[in-house]
Design a protein around this ligand. Sequence first.
Ligand code: IMP
Ligand code: MG
Length: 176
Amino acid sequence: MYQMSKKPMIPAREIQARIQTLAKEIAESFEFDIVLSALTGSFMFSTDLVRAMANPSHKIAFIKASSYGSGTESSGKLTVTGLDKLNLKGLRILLVDDILDTGRTMHTLVSMLKEMGVSDLRTCVLLNKEERRTVDYHADFVGFEIANEFVVGYGLDYDDNYRTLPEIWTLEEVQF
Ligand code: IMP
Ligand code: MG
């Protein structure tokens, strides 16, 4: 059994403030055509991020990438849907995800996008758990570095719950 921490790990106003500075960092260093958001975890982050950049020529598309069964450990097998329907050839892509954990999701998505012939590609994640990395992969833009704890809220889930909360919480195991 798990329960949410008593206080959020990252309050909503801190997330929103960081998104403003992150949006500036990205806009100043990378010109791109389209934001590619990896659902479901990045649904809140990507929409807040594009609003903070507010560039009329930015396009947005969504793909679904899932590797989790139920639980706090990834199943390891990545299923990607929606990518085959997009024509990204020659485009400059900003790939956005909620969290970089083992790195397998981003690493796989990046290889798939390169194979599709995109012209430039940078990646952006809201959270980075550096300690958990198993593949050599680093995002170009990171919102927050966090410790090795399982987090929920602001798009992130445990068993599909907690996603709609505006702040990030840690999940703690409850012993009976
Ligand atoms: P990776 O492929 O191991 O880097 O994991 C990436 C995916 O695992 C993320 O897009 C999340 O959906 C999920 N994930 C990893 N860590 C957490 C966490 O602490 N809370 C919720 N989901 C997580
Ligand atoms: Mg996810």
